[in-house]
Design a protein around this ligand. Structure first.
Ligand SMILES: Cc1cc2nc3c(=O)[nH]c(=O)nc-3n(C[C@H](O)[C@H](O)[C@H](O)COP(=O)(O)OP(=O)(O)OC[C@H]3O[C@@H](n4cnc5c(N)ncnc54)[C@H](O)[C@@H]3O)c2cc1C
Ligand SMILES: NC(=O)c1ccc[n+]([C@@H]2O[C@H](COP(=O)([O-])OP(=O)(O)OC[C@H]3O[C@@H](n4cnc5c(N)ncnc54)[C@H](O)[C@@H]3O)[C@@H](O)[C@H]2O)c1
Length: 469
């Protein structure tokens, strides 16, 4: 039988692949997605974003952590939180989201081809299904959206019971009493905070001297304070030499000689592009040493009709950016005019408490010698902050002293990942701090923090302008 011919063939059904395929369908093109798993949705839906955020929500609710300022340090909604309490919610959310993704692909008439894809030529892939049967598909344009897999250091014996990565953490038999988290990247710190909130004694081992270097330094300090308050111990500037495990538990030995006993070890020390089995050479493609594909500004690889989007192209490796890259790649491929505001993407880190920001950090502006003023609003000075019992939250604006434009917004605390979008909207419209000063916000809300921080900035700017007058 002849291989079906598509206008667009997408490899991978994560956020990047989904949006690339649907964008093609909306342009009236014949599109298909190849997915090696039985379930669509990629890392985002099955092992990454959605499971971790659902788990976080369940933990925040069941531990009553956010209400302890109001009802006392020992307040808990449920006394003994078992793994079953956490996982039942997870299964529900994943299965509902799966239906949504499947339905979106179906109603847009995107074919779903189940099996592992590999190139057999620049326009053709072979698809091997779980039962070993093989088929082929050809396409004018191809989008590679195969994502990433966790890096597993060779010297560590992952048994997926006691020594796990961020996939295995979702299959723990019980809530560990103690845990070592290796790698203080976003995944490591999010899970460290989730388990610390559950009462697990967490030790974080990170080879760098600090964590989350791309975030505002003051916000990272505030997060570290909150995590230490939940008994998290940080071992910065340390690397893991070996991990031993037996039926009782694990011992992690650091190169400094320290030995840390724990029920569980979770590795979150980076991810690599899922390109190994793709037979890239057959299409004329090459990957870097971490399995990633290089693309130009239009998400084109070195082969003109083959695009790559999402985590497989590296930074920033986020669900939201992957989706947008998928849409843009398809529009470029079929000559549809586009504009995008990708440069002003927000970053959301779902630690407990959460962090979100958009635009520049103080360090970046200082290094670039851009003069700026800082405006700060602390949640404890907002009526809504008092009502919520969030005394540590803060919103910080960075404003150009020359043009009064908003250069960055950094939020820490309740609803940070939602609040950031107000600042993002002002920035994408090229707005100034005066816009926020003049805006009337609902009261009592956390959004009011924008007005408080904006007034803080203009008061400081006025003080400088009056100097010597
Ligand atoms: C624990 C964790 C938490 C995260 N939390 C967040 C968050 O809160 N916010 C956020 O924005 N991002 C988060 N991310 C990142 C987010 O999940 C990714 O950015 C996003 O999933 C990337 O989408 P993608 O389309 O590039 O690929 P993926 O979602 O990785 O999907 C790729 C798909 O391709 C398939 N595939 C691979 N090779 C082949 C092949 N040869 N043939 C056929 N199919 C193949 C895979 O099976 C997979 O289904 C998190 C990630 C992790 C691991
Ligand atoms: N909220 C979100 O948006 C979100 C959440 C989770 C993941 N993600 C995405 O997933 C990607 C992968 O995250 P990640 O945290 O796995 O990777 P990462 O590469 O960002 O972090 C890995 C960390 O581990 C450290 N490390 C590496 N080897 C080590 C060792 N042997 N001993 C001690 N420390 C070691 C590194 O110095 C680094 O800080 C990120 O780029 C992020 O974009 C996003």
């Amino acid at each position: 039988m002849d291989a079906p011919q598509y206008d667009l063939l997408v490899l991978g059904s994560g956020p990047g692949g989904q949006k690339a395929a649907i964008a093609a369908a909306k342009l009236g093109k014949r599109a298909a997605v190849v997915e090696r798993r039985e379930m669509v949705g990629g890392v985002c839906l099955n092992t990454g974003t959605i499971p971790s955020k659902t788990l976080r929500e369940a933990v925040v609710y069941l531990t009553g952590l956010n209400m302890r300022e109001t009802y006392g340090r020992n307040y808990r909604v449920k006394q003994d939180i078992g793994i079953g309490d956490l996982l039942s919610r997870l299964d529900h959310v994943i299965s509902r989201e799966l239906e949504v993704v499947r339905d979106q692909l179906m109603r847009n008439r995107v074919d779903l081809l189940t099996g592992t894809a590999r190139f057999v030529g620049p326009h053709e892939v072979e698809i091997v299904s779980v039962d070993g049967s093989r088929s082929r598909a050809t396409a004018d344009k191809i989008v590679v959206a195969t994502g990433t897999t966790p890096v597993r250091p060779e010297q560590v014996d992952f048994d997926d019971v006691r020594v796990v990565d961020s996939d295995g953490i979702l299959h723990l038999a019980e809530v560990p009493r103690s845990m070592v988290v290796v790698g203080a990247g976003v995944i490591g710190i999010e899970y460290a905070s989730i388990f610390a909130a559950l009462g697990t004694r967490v030790t974080v081992v990170e080879s760098h001297a600090g964590m989350l270097p791309f975030c505002d330094a003051e916000v990272v300090e505030a997060l570290k304070y909150q995590l230490r308050d939940l008994s998290v111990q940080f071992r910065f500037g340390e690397t893991v030499a070996r991990v031993d495990s037996d039926a009782q538990g694990t011992v992690t030995t650091l190169t400094s000689g320290k030995r840390i006993p724990a029920d569980t070890v979770m590795y979150s020390a980076g991810r690599k592009g899922a390109t190994e089995g793709l037979d890239l050479a057959a299409a004329g493609l090459t990957a870097d040493d971490r399995g990633r594909l290089q693309v130009d500004k239009l998400f084109r690889t070195e082969v003109e009709h083959i695009y790559a989007v999402g985590d497989v192209i590296g930074f920033p490796a986020l669900a939201a950016t992957s989706m947008e890259q998928g849409r843009l790649a398809t529009y470029h491929a079929f000559g549809e005019p586009v504009s995008s505001l990708l440069e002003l993407q927000p970053i959301g880190i779902y630690t407990i408490p959460e962090i979100s920001f958009c635009g520049h950090t103080e360090d970046e502006l200082t290094r670039a010698a851009v003069p700026y003023e800082v405006g700060m609003a602390r949640y404890r000075e907002l009526a809504r902050g008092q009502i919520l019992g969030d005394s540590y939250g803060m919103l910080k604006l960075l404003v150009s002293t020359e043009t009064r434009h908003l250069l960055g917004v950094h939020v820490f605390g309740t609803n940070a990942t939602e609040l950031v979008h107000i600042g993002q909207a002002v920035m994408t419209c090229g707005g100034t701090v005066d816009h926020l000063v003049d805006t009337v916000f609902n009261y009592p809300t956390l959004s009011e923090a924008y007005k408080v921080a904006a007034l803080d900035v203009v008061n400081k700017l006025r003080a400088v302008s009056r100097f010597g007058a």
